[in-house]
Design a binder for this molecule. Structure first.
Ligand code: GTR
Length: 332
């Protein structure tokens, strides 16, 4: 073709058509655009693992699933995001099992204080047959749990004073996640529990609406709570798993091949998250201490004894969940 023919409008249209066909061959006709929810800021262990999940899913499905993750809770707080993922308005998320209790009662078992003896025991239980049973319970509520992230152990911190004994909690206004079990837990210690969205805690600690909260080291640091609450008491009362959960409607739209790819990406993300978590929580602990936080050792057996009645009350309210609770305990 001569140079003149490139300037011929007919040839230009033909060339444009060829470009269009090529583009259609490389971009899947019906890419599923997935939006994912995450409460944590970029750089947090979970966020990095979710970035890697999104990249894997998009690349390995050749763009048939085009996934995007929204960090920092910009798509809402966790209870809202759970509802949106159940309805399919959001396609995937990283959820803590704590605020899942009001929707999926079986997961309340995981919120019983001092349930897991350590983090390895939690991994062992959640990665095995019992973890499958929790996943089935979530699926009955339209959430497909593909893998389990770590969130370390949660401890109490406050702005007022060192806490070593349960008595030291008396009268403290302590924020808890959205779950009645946590209200019972703090009340059993003599504190005043206040359920509140995660994003509101910093301001409430600063203004004195709250005296304290409870969380793991990475969240204590990344949320800035450590700037205001200077006493961190290592109660380690909760070891909660978190899921990579897909909206059931989005999951069912996938071909079997793409389900395999997404599942593997979630498992790989969990492996990465657990590694980053182990490093990150050690680092956060050191950093908050360097920034002036006082770590208080606690009389753990005394805290356990105070919280023990929560088990009896739980079994009385949910006798159907006793076998699951016993299985979790015996598997450790
Ligand atoms: C974090 C957890 C979040 C959220 C938060 C909270 O440790 O990773 O999913 O549950 O705690 O206290 O609300």
């Amino acid at each position: 073709m001569s140079i003149r023919s490139y300037l011929n409008p007919v040839h230009c249209l033909q060339a444009a058509a060829v470009v269009g066909v090529l583009a259609a061959m490389t971009t899947p006709a019906q890419a599923d655009n997935w939006r994912g929810w995450n409460v944590h800021p970029p750089g947090y262990p979970n966020s990095e693992a979710l970035d890697s999940f999104v990249k894997d899913v998009t690349e390995k499905t050749d763009g048939r699933v085009n996934a995007k993750i929204f960090h920092n809770g910009v798509l809402g707080d966790q209870p809202d995001a759970i509802e949106q993922t159940r309805s399919g308005a959001l396609n995937f998320a990283n959820f803590n099992m704590g605020p899942m209790g009001p929707i999926v009662p079986e997961t309340n078992v995981l919120s019983l204080p001092f349930l897991f003896k350590d983090i390895d025991a939690m991994h062992h239980v959640m990665d095995g047959e019992i973890g499958e049973r929790f996943a089935e319970a979530l699926e009955r509520k339209n959430l497909v749990a593909l893998s389990w992230f770590d969130s370390g152990s949660r401890s109490v911190y406050n702005t007022k004073r060192p806490i070593n004994e349960p008595e030291d909690m008396k009268g403290l206004k302590v924020r808890v996640m959205n779950n009645d079990l946590y209200v019972e837990m703090i009340d059993a210690l003599g504190g005043n529990a206040t359920p509140m969205a995660y994003g509101e805690v910093y301001q409430s600690l600063k203004t004195g609406v709250l005296d304290g909260a409870e969380n793991n080291f990475p969240s204590f640091e990344s949320s800035g709570h450590n700037e205001v609450a200077k006493y961190f008491s290592e109660t380690e009362h909760l070891i909660l798993p978190e899921c990579v959960c897909i909206a059931k409607a989005s999951w069912e739209k996938l071909s079997e091949e793409d389900q395999g790819i997404v599942r593997q990406a979630a498992l790989d993300a969990a492996t990465l998250q657990r590694k980053l978590w182990a490093e990150g929580s050690k680092k956060s602990r050191e950093e908050v201490i360097a920034a002036g936080v006082e770590i208080n050792e606690v009389d753990k057996p005394a805290f356990q004894t105070r919280m023990e009645p929560i088990y009896a009350a739980f079994i009385e309210q949910h006798p159907d969940l006793e076998p699951l609770l016993n299985d979790v305990r015996n598997a450790q």
